[in-house]
Design a protein around this ligand. Structure first.
Ligand code: HEC
Ligand code: HEC
Length: 403
C-alpha cells in the first residue's frame, strides 16, 4: 500500500490536473497520516493552570536575569510568533524589539531564536538547533551530565537560557572573574542566586504556594518547572487550516493541496520535516549561508559537532519544526534566509546564495566540504519556482487560526 501511495504521489506531482481533487485530498490526508501527523489535541501534553500562571509571570520577569535586564519574553515575543524577528538574537545590553533592538548595540547571541510552538508536546524530545538537550531512551543528554535537573527534556532545556552568557548574563569583567568557568558549579551558583532573589519578591510567595512549599525550600527546579507548564499551555499546538483539512472539517485551495502533495511526494520534504511537529528531530546538513559571527567564530557554526565532537556531525542542525513557519522568519540557524522561497531553494540549489569567486580559498574549501557531506542524506528534489510557491501556500496552512 505504501508503495502505491508513493507512486501515486510522485505521479500526481507531474500530472495533478489528471486526477480529481477529491482523490488528491484523500491522498494528502493519507500521506500525512502515514508520516505520523496528528492533530493538536493528540500532541499537546497536560499542564497545571496554577503553575502555568506563575510560570507566565516568571517568563516575563527580569528579576530572573543576572543583570536584571532580560527575560524570556525579550526574545520570545508574541508579535514575532514566539521568536524575535531577527537573524541572530540580541541579548544583554540590547533595548527594544525588532529593528530597534538590532540597532541598540546589545550583545549578539550567534543563533536564530527558535519559536516555542509545540515544545514539550508529545514526541518533542530534542531541544535547540544543535540538540544540546535531548532525551534518548529515558536518559537525558545535556551539559548537566550524569545529574540532569529533571527527566523532562523541556524542564532541563529551560534551565539553560538563564546561564547563557550574552543571552541572559552580561559578558563583563565580574562574570569573567567569578563565574565564567567551565564547571557546572558556577551555573548552579547563578541559579541559586536567582532563587534567593525570587524568594524575596512577591513571586516567591506565589511560587511557594503553587508548589505547596515553604518559601525557604524553593529550588530552581520549581522555577523551571512552572515555566515549562507555561510553555505547554501558552505555546501548545493549535488548530490550523491544515489540521482542519486533516480532520475533514475544511478544504484547501488547489495550490495548497498541490503544495501538500509536493511536500509529501516529489519535494521529499517529509523525509526530514515529518510527523506532527514537521521534524524528524535528527540532524542534517543544509548548505545555507552563515550569517553573523557564528557560534564557532569568524562566520562558522559547526552545529551538532559542538555537542558530539563527531566530525560526521559538522554543520548539521536539527530539522526545524514548521508550525506557524510563515510568521517565524528569518529562517535557518543563523537567520540568513529572509524568505520562505529562499530557504526552500537553499535546500537543493545552495550555490545560488554564494559568490564562490569572492570567497577566500579556505572558505571555498569549507563550502566544498559541506556540499560533499550532503551526499548521504535524504535530500529534497529540484523544484521549479512555481512548485516552491505551491509549497509555500501549503506551509502557510500550518499557521494557527488564532495566533
Ligand atoms: C537573547 C534572546 C533570548 C532570551 C532572553 C531567551 N531565549 Fe530562548 N532561545 C533564543 C535562541 C537564540 C534560541 C536558539 C538557541 C540555540 O538553539 O542555540 C532559543 C531557544 C530556546 C528553546 C529551545 C526551543 C527548541 O526548539 O528547541 C527554548 C525552550 C527556549 N529558548 C526557552 C527560553 C526561556 C524559557 C527563556 C527564559 C528563561 C529564554 N528562552 C530566553 C533566544 C533567547
Ligand atoms: C535532509 C533533510 C531535509 C529535507 C529533505 C528538507 N529539509 Fe527543510 N530543513 C532541514 C534542516 C536541517 C533545516 C535547518 C538548516 C539550517 O538551519 O542550517 C531546514 C530548514 C527549513 C526551513 C526553515 C525553517 C526555520 O524555522 O528556520 C524551512 C521552511 C524548510 N526547511 C522547508 C523545507 C521544505 C519545503 C522541504 C522540501 C522541499 C524541505 N525543507 C526539505 C532539513 C531538511
Amino acid at each position: 500500500m505504501k508503495l502505491t501511495i508513493s507512486f501515486l504521489l510522485f505521479f500526481l506531482s507531474f500530472n495533478s490536473f489528471l486526477l480529481g481533487s477529491a482523490l488528491e485530498e484523500s491522498l494528502l490526508r493519507e500521506a500525512a497520516e502515514k508520516d505520523g501527523y496528528l492533530p493538536a489535541e493528540k500532541v499537546n501534553l497536560p499542564f497545571d493552570s496554577t503553575k502555568s500562571a506563575i510560570g507566565k509571570k516568571l517568563f516575563e520577569s527580569s528579576t530572573l536575569s543576572f543583570n536584571s535586564d532580560m527575560n524570556c519574553q525579550t526574545c520570545h515575543l508574541p508579535q514575532f510568533s514566539s521568536g524575535d524577528g531577527l537573524s541572530n538574537a540580541i541579548g544583554t545590553d540590547g533595548a527594544g524589539h525588532g529593528l530597534k533592538r538590532l540597532m541598540s548595540g546589545g550583545q549578539i547571541v550567534p543563533r536564530n531564536t527558535l519559536p516555542l510552538w509545540g515544545r514539550g508536546g508529545l514526541g518533542f524530545k530534542t531541544f535547540f538547533w544543535d540538540g544540546k538537550v535531548e532525551k534518548i531512551s529515558e536518559k537525558i543528554l545535556s551539559q548537566f551530565g550524569e545529574n540532569p535537573p529533571s527527566s523532562d527534556p523541556l524542564i532541563t532545556a529551560v534551565h539553560l537560557p538563564f546561564v547563557e552568557i550574552r543571552e541572559m548574563i552580561r559578558n563583563d569583567v565580574e562574570i569573567d572573574e567569578e563565574y565564567k568557568t567551565e564547571s557546572l558549579e558556577s551555573a548552579f551558583t547563578i541559579l541559586d542566586d536567582l532563587v534567593k532573589r525570587i524568594s524575596k519578591s512577591s513571586l516567591g510567595l506565589e511560587l511557594a504556594k503553587a508548589y505547596n512549599k515553604r518559601i525557604e525550600d524553593l529550588q530552581f527546579l520549581d522555577i523551571a518547572n512552572s515555566i515549562s507548564h507555561h510553555i505547554r499551555d501558552a505555546f501548545s499546538l493549535k488548530q490550523s487550516k491544515f489540521s482542519l483539512f486533516f480532520t475533514k472539517k475544511s478544504n484547501l485551495t488547489d495550490d495548497e493541496l498541490e503544495g501538500g502533495l509536493i511536500f509529501y511526494g516529489k519535494g521529499k520534504c517529509s523525509n526530514c520535516h515529518s510527523g506532527s511537529h514537521f521534524s524528524d528531530f535528527k540532524f542534517h546538513n543544509i548548505v545555507l549561508p552563515q550569517f553573523g559571527f557564528g557560534k564557532n567564530g569568524f562566520g562558522i557554526d559547526y552545529g551538532r559537532f559542538n555537542v558530539t565532537k563527531d566530525y560526521n556531525d559538522l554543520y548539521k542542525f536539527r530539522t526545524p519544526p514548521l508550525a506557524n513557519v510563515k510568521k517565524t522568519g528569518p529562517y535557518g540557524h543563523s537567520g540568513s534566509m529572509k524568505t520562505l522561497n529562499d530557504v526552500i531553494a537553499g535546500h537543493f540549489d545552495p550555490l545560488r546564495f554564494f559568490n564562490t569567486q569572492k570567497l577566500d580559498p579556505i572558505r571555498r574549501r569549507e563550502l566544498f566540504n559541506r556540499i560533499q557531506m550532503t551526499a548521504n542524506q535524504p535530500n529534497p528534489a529540484y523544484l521549479t519556482n512555481e512548485e516552491i510557491e505551491k509549497l509555500i501556500s501549503f506551509l502557510n496552512t500550518l499557521s494557527f487560526s488564532d495566533s
